[in-house]
Design a binder for this molecule. Structure first.
Ligand code: CU
Ligand code: CA
Ligand code: CU
Length: 357
C-alpha cells in the first residue's frame, strides 16, 4: 500500500507557480493530484517523521479512526507550533509625553523554505522568518508603530484589522501602498478596538500573498483587562498549497500539520484555558474548531466580555476569529480538530493533554 508519507514525498515542492506576480499558476491538475495525497481511511503511515516515538508514533496515528499523518520535528520544519502557543510579542515599550504607552515592533518580510510535512518543502513568504508571523500583543489605547521592511523578492504590505486611518491600512494604492523589495514603511495607529485580531499581507494577487505565509495574530487586551487566565495561548488555523492550483494539500494549527498529535497542548485540570483562535485559511471557504469531551465559551472576535455561545464546535470563515475559554474537569487526552474530515486527515488535528491538579 502506498503510504501517506510516500505519497507526500513523491510530490515536487512547487514554488514556480507563485513566482510570477499576477499569475495564479498552471491550471490546476485538480482533484486527481489532490486525491493522491489523501491517504485512504485506514492506511498507515511510514514512521519516517522522527519525533522520537518511532513506530509507536505511526501506530498512534493509525489508531485514530483511520487518520493518517506524521509531523516533522519542529527543528527540522523551521516551525514550532508549541512555542508559538505562548509566544506573545509585546514589542519594545516607551512612554509618550501624554502618558500613553508606545509599542514598537520590527517586522521583516523574508522568503524562507519550511519542511511542513515529511519530505515536503514549502517555499514560504514569512514575517520574521516564521509561519504564522509573530503574535503582536497590545493594550487598548496604546500607540503602536510597526516598522516594516520588505526583504522578500515580491512587493508586500501589512494590512492590520482594527480601526485606523486609510493610509495605514496596508492596501496597495492607498498611502504608501505596496512596499517594494528593499523598501520600508512604518505603520502607525492606536490599539483599538480590543479583541483578537489579525494582520496579513494585502498585495495582489491576494490569495498567494496570504497562503504563502504572510499572516499573524494581533491581540488588543481591553483596558480593564479580562479575568486572569491560567493558560493563555494562540492558535492560527492555516493551510498549505504545495502543488499549485487553488486548493490546499495540508492544514494545520500554528503552522505544522499533525504537530499537536505528537506534542499535545499541555494544560492542567480545572485551570482556565484561553485560546485566541484565528482562521486565515486561503482557498477553502470555511474552517472549524471542535473539542472532544468538553464544552467551551466562545467570544466572537473577542470584542465583548461576555460569551455568545457555550458549545463544542465553532466555524470561522477566513479572517474570522474569536476567543475560546475552557476548563477541563477530567485529566486525560482530548482531541481537537477541524470538524471537516478532509482538513483533519491532512493535518488539522491534535490533542490537549490534561494533567491532574
Ligand atoms: Cu505579500
Ligand atoms: Ca494545491
Ligand atoms: Cu484580513
Amino acid at each position: 500500500m502506498l503510504s501517506g508519507v510516500a505519497a507526500f514525498a513523491a510530490l515536487p515542492a512547487v514554488g514556480a507557480w507563485v513566482s510570477l506576480e499576477g499569475i495564479q499558476g498552471p491550471a490546476s491538475s485538480g482533484h486527481g493530484a489532490h486525491g493522491t495525497q489523501t491517504a485512504p481511511m485506514g492506511s498507515s503511515v511510514a514512521p519516517e517523521p522522527s519525533t522520537g516515538s518511532g513506530a509507536a508514533h505511526a501506530t498512534n496515528h493509525a489508531g485514530h479512526a483511520g487518520f493518517a499523518g506524521g509531523s516533522v520535528p519542529p527543528e527540522r520544519a523551521g516551525i514550532d507550533p508549541t512555542a508559538i502557543l505562548h509566544d506573545f510579542d509585546r514589542g519594545t515599550t516607551s512612554t509618550l509625553p501624554d502618558g500613553r504607552t508606545l509599542r514598537e515592533w520590527d517586522i521583516v518580510a523574508v522568503d524562507k523554505d519550511f519542511e511542513i510535512a515529511p519530505g515536503v518543502t514549502f517555499p514560504g513568504w514569512s514575517y520574521n522568518g516564521r509561519i504564522p508571523g509573530p503574535t503582536l500583543w497590545a493594550q487598548e489605547g496604546d500607540a503602536l508603530r510597526i516598522h516594516f521592511t520588505n526583504a522578500g523578492a515580491h512587493p508586500h504590505t501589512i494590512h492590520f484589522h482594527g480601526i485606523h486611518r486609510a493610509e495605514m491600512d496596508g492596501t496597495p494604492g492607498i498611502g504608501a501602498g505596496s512596499i517594494a523589495p528593499g523598501q520600508s514603511f512604518t505603520y502607525e495607529f492606536d490599539a483599538t478596538p480590543f479583541g483578537t485580531h489579525l494582520y496579513h499581507c494585502h498585495q495582489s494577487p491576494l490569495a498567494p500573498h496570504i497562503a504563502k505565509g504572510l499572516y499573524g495574530e494581533f491581540i488588543i487586551e481591553p483596558k480593564e483587562g479580562r479575568p486572569k487566565a491560567d493558560n493563555e495561548m494562540v492558535m492560527v488555523m492555516n493551510g498549505y498549497n504545495t502543488d499549485g492550483g487553488d486548493d490546499n494539500e495540508f492544514y494545520s494549527v500554528n503552522g505544522l500539520p499533525f504537530h499537536f498529535m505528537d506534542f499535545p497542548v499541555q494544560v492542567k485540570q480545572n485551570e482556565l484555558v484561553r485560546i485566541h483562535l484565528i482562521n486565515i485559511l486561503e482557498y477553502d471557504p470555511i474552517n472549524s474548531f471542535h473539542l472532544h469531551g468538553n464544552f467551551f465559551h466562545y467570544y466572537p472576535t473577542g470584542t465583548m466580555l461576555t460569551p455568545s455561545e457555550f458549545t463544542d464546535t465553532i466555524s470561522q470563515a477566513q479572517g474570522q476569529r474569536g476567543i475560546v475559554e475552557v476548563r477541563f474537569p477530567y485529566p486525560g487526552k482530548y482531541m481537537f480538530h477541524a470538524h471537516k474530515t478532509e482538513f483533519a486527515e491532512l493535518g488539522w488535528m491534535g490533542f490537549f493533554e490534561v494533567s491532574a491538579s
